[in-house]
Each structure stands twice: as structure tokens, then as C-alpha cells.
Write a protein that binds this ligand. Sequence first.
Ligand code: ITT
Length: 211
Amino acid sequence: MKLVIATRNPHKLEEIKAIFDFKGLDVCTALDFPEIPDTVEDCDTLEGNAIKKAVELCQATGLTALADDSGLEVEALNDEPGVYSARWAGEGCTYADNNLKLLRELSGKDNRRARFRTVIALARPGKEPSCGGAKRKAKTATVEGVIEGVIAKALRGENGFGYDPLFIPEGYDQTFAELSTEEKNKISHRARALAEASKRWKHLWVGNFHH
Ligand code: ITT
């Protein structure tokens, strides 16, 4: 079965490819379809955006599509930036801009608890309508992964991406950016969601040989 991963974020792709068991799958990514426009992530939930990304790519390619939408939820900020994590400091902002904004917003606050959440959506091609022109249908499902932690008082570490230099996972002293890639990929929100995805959906592409 051919599966397309609905992201052009190289950091996310690297993590997904390192964690997920793609045995039995012929895998490609949104980078293999440069002519297909990026999904506008305008839903107000991670789940909505993950489904939208997966469905659009599934419909455009006719392939089964897997999409990840992730965000950082900070308790003292009413779970912001959440679904707005990528562009929190403004359109075209960098990871550094977002991290500086986070430090600013939390300065003087005692509660630094936060969690990373990933929702993964799978969209499978449904039956194509017999007359041309109409969009292909898609069947969807989602799984989720969460890791709790706290926000550090200063940026630490060079690994990972995004808010990693500020996120200290529960039970650790180091930030995600100070842990090795292997260590992050064992415990992260994305790893947990991908483990669940593999458990839930593996039967779609592995086995069935004996039936
Ligand atoms: P795609 O939509 O193309 O997949 P994206 O960068 O927009 O890429 P998300 O919407 O899922 O990805 O993620 C929103 C932001 O959340 C992302 O830009 C990072 O700043 C942050 N983020 C997501 N996963 C992260 C992780 O594992 N570590 C640190 N920050 C992360």
C-alpha cells in the first residue's frame, strides 16, 4: 500500500520516519507533490487541522494520507499557543520569536506547567464518484499523543525544533533540545501518537495474507 505523509516540515518528517514502523508500506511525503498547495490550517482544533491536511492530500493524490498536527498547551496561558503554535509570534515568525514570546508571557508566573499534544489523522480514499469532476471521498480516523512537562526559564539545548529548547518533560531535568534525538523520540507526544497509530491502523497494511 502506498502512503503519503502530509507534511513539508523537515524536522517532523525526520521524527516520523525515525519512529513509525513503515514495514509493508511504500512511503512518500508532501514534498514529492510540490504542485499541491499547502493546506490552510484554519480550524480551531488540532484534530480539525490534522483531518483537513490528511483529507486534502488524500483527495489530491488518491493515496492514503497520514497527517500530524501538534501544539504546545501552557496552563497559565489558558492552553495557548495550542493550535496557533506555529505562527504564535506573528505571520512569518521564527522558532526563536515564538520561544522569546513564551518566555515573556510566562515571566513572573509561578505555574509553568505545559503539555505537547499531537493529533494524527489518517485519510483513506473512498469510492470515486462514477462521473468525473466531483471530489474523491475519504474515510478518516484520528489518534492522539500527549506529554506533560514544564517550561524552562531560559532556552537550553540545540537539538530538535520549535519549542524544544524550552520544554522539560516530566521526570527529566533536561529540555527536549538537550536530550538526544533517540531519547526525545522514545517519549515525545509525536512518538506516543505514532505508537497508537501503528497499533490502531497496522492491520490496514500488514498481514491479511492468511485470509
Ligand atoms: P506541517 O503543518 O507542515 O506539518 P508545522 O510546522 O505547521 O508543519 P504543526 O502545525 O504540527 O507543524 O506544529 C505547530 C508548531 O508547534 C511547530 O511549528 C512548532 O513550533 C511546534 N511543535 C510541533 N511539534 C513540536 C515538537 O516536537 N517540538 C517542539 N515544537 C513543536
